[in-house]
Design a protein around this ligand. Structure first.
Ligand code: ADP
Length: 994
């Protein structure tokens, strides 16, 4: 007790929480650190105390049982009994009072208050009997009897007050029937055991008194049994209370029965019911309550338990009736009671059965409804999928198609069944332009499944069942099942029409722009003459108007130029002359062109730290720089500085144009590179320009194999940068100039003097030397430029000549390049290197031996292979020819179809590079002519056309091994690679061998 009081006064609120809210954490086996969870710690403390109390009470109860059932003298036993009653009553009263105080739920408070008062009333009654010396059997005191009646009534009220599941309708009827069965059974037992004896010889008043306690006890047993049946969450304490009161009632009935026979002795085992009843009530007060009884409802178990309990009681009553009441005749009242009992038990079971039946039917109906809902939903989804015009298919994690909608199957010309189960990527993803399949690892479906991201492609190509191609736009989303990616869903749309519209639009723009140019030239000329005053002095307003008109016509001309540039870039027809340049020269030219503009705007142009060499078209790089510097000047305030720089690193030259102008918001940094995109719609009006400049610059940089991007901090400034592949600075460039298409020879020796001498000798013999002084640079240079031959020293620090040889032989790009070793020793010194190279020069190398050796290795290829370039665009042809000649190849050029056929018949080229649109016919005519000639019918061809070649057209263009490259997408440098591969194939140079 002390412990509870201490808990209450020390931390009343926490104690209440522990009683009312704790949900028995001990049962879960969790060990929550007390410091982290004070509630758990408090509950654990209470649990420990409860165990102690239970142990003490159990020992006490056992002691009372032992003493009262023993042969100890009567006065000892009656003394112990009296002590037990007093102690039990006091303990039950105090425990109930404390529990009353600690409970927060009003119904529980009421219940425990009733128990407390009941215990007090019982104690008072027993105490009064002791004080006045009344014998409950012979001379009962009416005060004591009344107190006991009040005590039992209070206890019954308390039991009824306990919160339980709220019963409605059938449940309430069931509860009443349960009550009738229990109460009836108890009454039958009491009537059999007690009534006949009690009533014998009693007066009318005496009869009432004699029957009062047994009847009250029957009521107590009934409510106590129902309490146990109703208990859910509070099962242990309520069972303790219920059992306690049943024991109490049993003792009462036994007392009445024995007293009627005159054999009652205080201090017998009969008293145990009262004592143990008190102890059980005391124990129950130590259990915390579960907050809401509704939460722990479990109808199934309660039905079973209730049925077992009710029929046990019924069975007990029948047993008592048949054993104890044998000699007594069954009176009408007992018969009526039996009938009520049996009727109640039967009705209870029937109602329970009906209730379960209703429940089952309700459940069946709900399952049925939900199944219908599911079917409707599935149908709805199916209708959705079948109704959309776009193709939709789903794939599993392996990329196998799990479903495809009818529109998708129709677009691909496959039956749905055939597609299901096949791998989407293999089934209809078109191969690359070169005819090789797209790698599965790079496919957007793989990306989506691997990374769980939505991927899309504005333009992709699918292959139909009949082999024809269909351009599609796709979006691929991962199929997520919680955190697991189960596959992907791909939606695709046929964009044939959109592509056609784009093509027509571009063509229209191009034609209109061309047509506009001629009249515009005369307008500009005339306006120039007018405003210049050569046609007579104009009045000031007329002069102003003429100047405005002139300015506008110039803007119009620039716009048309931009549109035409854009169109040429997009169609891949912008000619580019790729030559090596000094980045500083390019920057100087661009800055020179914009000096006038910058001075007029009060913006200073600074060229800082320029350097590096690039391979590219100087006009186009200058055009890009001019656009970037022009923008920087335009969007800078007067007094601002624009800094232009270039620097070389990682085989690239990076150009930077930095200004201190208004800046570009971060969300626009990428979009400004799209056509007609401007940060502010007023830019055109206020600053001039069409919004095409950056789109053109991007196209130019990408044609060079580079990249362009912008970084900006609003109101601080903008930096636009672009990278272009660089060339390794050649030590030999300082010497005499040789033809751009002369064979390029890479010379590598750690002695710069040797490199310079050899380079000069090579130059004299008509070669283009590229000198380097270490092995690593030699390998990089060979990879970047693919020279016609490599001359290398053997003994060099770090990367030796042998390393250079093995690296060059390992790489696909360089394995076919002839290598000449220059060494102080002969080939026998390193047979391995000797076997992997083409020739060996023992130092000192004489002019003649160098010339003849280089000529032999370079000529070796030239003799074996020649290339015919059929291209009507003179600019492009010169670029391709220069690139191929630099590899020592013999290159012929034809501009027309007729010329091409004739030239091919004469020279029997190893490889033909074929443009499809020729002034006098189409490339396909050339191919069909060549097919007639047995000597040419299997010549490898690289079709290098402006337009994409369809699958059907490809068949008509095949001669020998045939590759298809599109000008817009494949720059001449890549064409060069492909031609060289074919040359290697023709000359018998295959991978890994020479
Ligand atoms: P335009 O030919 O009209 O200059 P661009 O394509 O070159 O078109 O540029 C597109 C837009 O990007 C410009 O209209 C301007 O809004 C923004 N822009 C480009 N460069 C800068 C810069 N250095 N500072 C601020 N805004 C810029």
């Amino acid at each position: 007790m002390g412990a509870i009081t201490q808990g209450v006064s020390g931390a009343p609120h926490a104690a209440v929480e522990a009683w009312e809210l704790s949900h028995e954490p001990a049962d879960t086996g969790e060990t929550t650190p007390a410091a982290e969870n004070p509630d758990a710690a408090l509950a654990a403390r209470w649990r420990r105390r409860r165990l102690w109390v239970a142990a003490v009470l159990a020992v006490l109860g056992l002691a009372f049982i032992v003493v009262l059932a023993s042969d100890a003298p009567q006065d000892v036993r009656s003394g112990v009994s009296g002590l037990g009653l007093l102690f039990g009553g006091v303990l039950a009263g105090i425990s109930s009072a404390v529990r009353w105080h600690l409970s927060t739920d009003s119904r529980r408070r009421r219940a425990w208050a009733c128990f407390t008062l009941g215990a007090v009333a019982a104690l008072a009654g027993n105490g009064w009997s002791a004080i006045v010396g009344a014998d409950p059997v012979t001379s009962p005191s009416w005060v004591a009897e009344s107190s006991l009646v009040v005590a039992i009534l209070l206890i019954i009220a308390g039991v009824l007050s306990f919160p339980a599941l709220r019963r409605r309708g059938m449940e309430l009827v069931l509860l009443v029937l349960d009550g009738l069965v229990v109460g009836g059974a108890a009454l039958v037992m009491v009537s059999v055991l007690v009534f006949s004896q009690v009533l014998q010889g009693a007066s009318a008043g005496g009869r009432f008194e004699a029957l009062l306690f047994p009847l009250l006890d029957v009521a107590l047993v009934t409510v106590a049994t129902l309490l146990v049946a109703r208990s859910r969450g509070d099962r242990v304490p309520l069972t303790l209370i219920g059992c306690g009161f049943v024991l109490y009632a049993c003792s009462d009935v036994a007392f009445v029965m024995l007293a009627a026979r005159g054999t009652f002795d205080f201090g017998s085992p009969v008293d145990l019911g009262w004592i143990l009843g008190y102890l059980m009530l005391s124990m129950a007060a130590w259990f915390p309550s579960v907050e809401s009884p509704e939460e722990t409802t479990s109808l199934g178990t309660s039905d079973v338990l209730g049925t077992v309990l009710i029929f046990s009681v019924l069975l007990l009553a029948a047993l008592v009736r048949n054993t104890a009441g044998e000699e007594a005749a069954i009176n009408p009242a007992q018969t009526a009671m039996w009938l009520i009992l049996l009727f109640s038990a039967g009705a209870r079971q029937i109602i329970l059965g009906l209730d379960n039946d209703t429940l089952r039917r309700g459940l069946e109906r709900r399952v049925q409804e939900q199944t219908t809902d599911l079917r409707r939903l599935a149908r709805q989804n199916e209708v959705l999928l079948t109704s959309v015009a776009d193709g939709i298919y789903g794939v599993d994690a392996d990329g196998r198609i799990t479903f495809v909608n009818p529109a998708g199957a129709a677009l691909l010309c496959y039956p749905v069944d055939e597609l299901t189960g096949s791998r989407a990527h293999q089934a209809f993803h078109a191969p690359t332009e070169l005819g090789s399949p797209h790698p599965w690892q790079g496919c957007y479906i793989t990306e989506s499944i691997r990374d769980g991201v939505v991927t899309s492609s504005e333009e992709d190509t699918y292959v139909r069942a009949d082999g024809s191609h269909i351009p599609v736009e796709i979006t691929c989303s991962p199929l997520l099942d919680g955190p697991t990616i189960r596959g992907a869903v791909v939606a695709f749309r046929d964009i044939t029409q959109r592509r056609e519209v784009d093509r027509i639009k571009n063509e229209f723009l191009s034609v209109v722009s061309h047509e506009l140019r001629t009249p515009l030239t005369s307008i500009r000329g005339s306006l120039g003459l007018l405003s210049g005053g050569s046609l007579g002095e104009l009045s000031p307003p007329a002069g102003r108007m003429a100047a405005i008109a002139l300015d506008s016509s110039e803007r119009l001309t620039r716009l048309i130029d931009d549109i035409l540039d854009m169109e040429r870039i997009e169609s891949g027809t912008m000619p580019m002359n790729f030559v090596e340049h000094d980045a500083t020269d390019l920057i100087r030219t661009a800055v020179g062109q914009l000096e006038g503009l910058s001075q007029a705007s009060g913006v200073r142009l600074e060229t800082v730290a320029t350097g590096g060499r690039v391979v590219g078209d100087s006009d186009r790089i200058v055009q890009t720089l001019t656009n970037l510097i022009g923008n920087a000047v335009k969007f800078s305030a007067a007094g601002g500085v624009v800094r232009v720089s270039s620097a070389e690193h990682d085989a690239r030259v990076r150009f930077r144009v930095a200004d201190e102008g208004r800046g570009i918001p971060s969300e626009k940094l990428e979009r400004i590179f799209e056509r007609f995109e401007q940060v502010d719609s007023s830019d055109t009006r206020l600053k001039g320009g069409s919004g095409l400049g950056l789109a053109i610059s991007k196209g130019i940089v990408e044609r060079h194999g580079g990249r362009i991007w912008a970084e900006s901090t609003p109101d601080v400034g903008t930096v636009v940068s672009f990278d272009i592949p660089s060339t390794t600075p050649s030590l030999t460039d300082r010497g005499a100039k040789v033809d751009d298409d002369a064979p390029l020879i890479l010379v590598c020796d750690d002695d710069m003097g040797v490199v310079e001498t050899l380079s000069e000798m090579l130059r004299q013999h008509g070669y283009r030397p590229l000198g380097v002084t270490d092995g690593a640079t030699a390998v990089d240079g060979a990879l970047a430029h693919r020279p016609a031959a490599v001359l290398t020293d053997l003994l060099m620090p770090e990367t030796s000549g042998a390393d250079v040889v093995s690296r060059l032989r390992e790489e696909d790009r360089t394995r076919h390049i002839p290598i000449v070793v220059m060494s102080g020793l002969g080939p026998a010194a390193d047979p391995l290197v000797a076997s992997a190279t083409d020739s060996w020069l023992v130092k000192p190398v004489t002019d003649e031996r160098l010339a003849s050796t280089v000529a032999r290795v370079v000529e070796g290829r030239r003799r074996e292979t020649s290339v015919l370039v059929v291209e009507d665009d003179a600019h492009l042809a010169s670029v391709i020819i220069a690139l191929l000649r630099s590899h020592g190849l013999q290159v012929a050029h034809s501009q027309t179809a007729a010329e091409a056929v004739q030239c091919a018949r004469e020279m029997l080229p190893g490889v033909i590079v074929l443009d499809l649109q020729l002034p006098d016919g189409a490339g396909v005519d050339v191919v069909s002519e060549l097919r007639q000639d047995g000597r040419l019918a299997s010549t490898p061809v690289v079709v290098y056309s402006a337009a994409e070649v369809t699958r059907e057209e490809r068949e008509d263009l095949r001669l020998g091994e045939t590759l298809f490259l599109t000008k817009g997408r494949v720059p001449p440098a890549e064409l060069e690679d492909r031609v060289l591969e074919l040359v290697d194939a023709v000359t018998g140079v295959t991978r890994g061998e020479r």
